[in-house]
Design a protein around this ligand. Structure first.
Ligand code: NAD
Length: 302
């Protein structure tokens, strides 16, 4: 697609992007603003976020971006963030739940402490699920929208060294695929799964005992996915109306759709398929009705 075609499609849409103060999130915000999208960045990095917004607005020549402090672990922060998109720009069309960390990414040898164990899950999984639920409230009001969740190549493959991180990123794909049925009422959710990309996160913090995470050697030796392929894949989630419930790998050579695995034949029967056929439209109707009611109640309490 040309930039002009993108602008025709995206101009004046409104996006919320978590983890947008730097790295992949900021690159996505830059591409969105260049296409006429209004962007609300939510992040815990205030100085970086404010500087990013100032640069985006300077380039755009108007107020295209706003920063709002938001810790994605907290519903209250996320509610404020999405509400800023309503009050400053008039609604939410696109939600990019991208904030993520690789602290205690290994898992296996980290201390058996509830609080520290929970941290990576609260940010990488909780931040996505909570953000999606709030995004859906706004998108029901607007009768549609696009959700893009940042997973990772570690959401698809898993090896030694990054167990806890991989668990969170597998969870993001599982959750995103569960939202596929929402496409029947015009909300499309997809997960982007970058291979290693040059940002601060791949500088992996040291282990809790201060020692180096040995996986760094593998990361350093690995090919990298260029940022322009990562950004293109996020944009393709907006452009491609076929995408719903997809997990899109960003490899060094570009975007690859990750095929869904089939169940073994013994898991499926004629009667089960028949029951599923009858269940699905009923489930969809109920889901739509419940979400419409929930959205109205949500805005009446804001
Ligand atoms: N760079 C890679 O190789 C790579 C590969 C696959 C997936 N990812 C994923 O991409 C996403 C973006 O990471 P990145 O590579 O740009 O790294 P990054 O460290 O540059 O950016 C992460 C951003 O998330 C923000 N953040 C962290 N915790 C937060 C919280 N509690 N609330 C709000 N914001 C918070 C950070 O402040 C930062 O701005 C992450 O979800 C990461 O897991 C990165």
């Amino acid at each position: 697609m040309t930039l002009e075609q993108d602008i025709a499609l995206m101009s004046n849409k409104i996006a919320v992007v978590t983890g947008g103060s730097k790295g992949i999130g900021l690159a996505v915000c830059t591409a969105l603003v260049a296409r006429g999208v209004k962007v609300v960045i939510g992040d815990i990095l205030i100085k970086e976020g404010q500087e990013a917004v100032a640069a985006l607005n300077k380039n755009a020549g108007n107020e295209s971006a706003v920063f709002q402090y938001c810790d994605v672990r907290k519903y209250d922060d996320l509610k404020v963030l999405f509400n800023v998109a309503e009050t400053r720009f008039g609604g939410v069309d696109i939600a990019v739940l991208n904030a993520g960390i690789a602290i205690q990414a290994g898992g296996l040898f980290d201390p058996m402490e509830d609080e520290s164990e929970r941290f990576i899950h609260d940010v990488n999984v909780g931040g996505v699920i909570k953000g999606n639920k709030i995004a859906i409230m706004h998108m029901m009001k607007r009768k549609g929208g696009i959700i893009i969740n940042t997973s990772s190549i570690a959401g698809i493959i898993s090896g030694g060294g990054l167990g806890a991180y991989a668990a969170t990123k597998h969870a993001v794909i599982g959750w995103t695929r569960s939202l596929e049925p929402l496409q029947s009422f015009n909300i499309r959710a997809n997960a982007v799964c970058p291979y290693w990309t040059e940002t601060d996160i791949i500088k992996l913090p040291p282990n809790p005992d201060g020692s180096k995470n040995d996986f760094l050697d593998v990361l350093d030796a690995s090919p990298k996915a260029p940022m322009e392929h990562v950004v293109e894949t996020f944009l393709s989630c907006i452009r491609n109306e076929e995408y719903a419930g997809e997990a899109l790998i960003v490899a060094p050579d570009g975007c690859h759709e990750h095929p869904r695995s089939d169940l073994p034949e013994s898991c499926v029967s004629e009667s089960m398929l028949q029951a599923l056929l009858e269940y699905q439209p009923k489930m969809l109707e109920k889901t739509k009705q419940k979400l419409e009611e929930a959205s109205k109640a949500y805005f009446s309490k804001l």
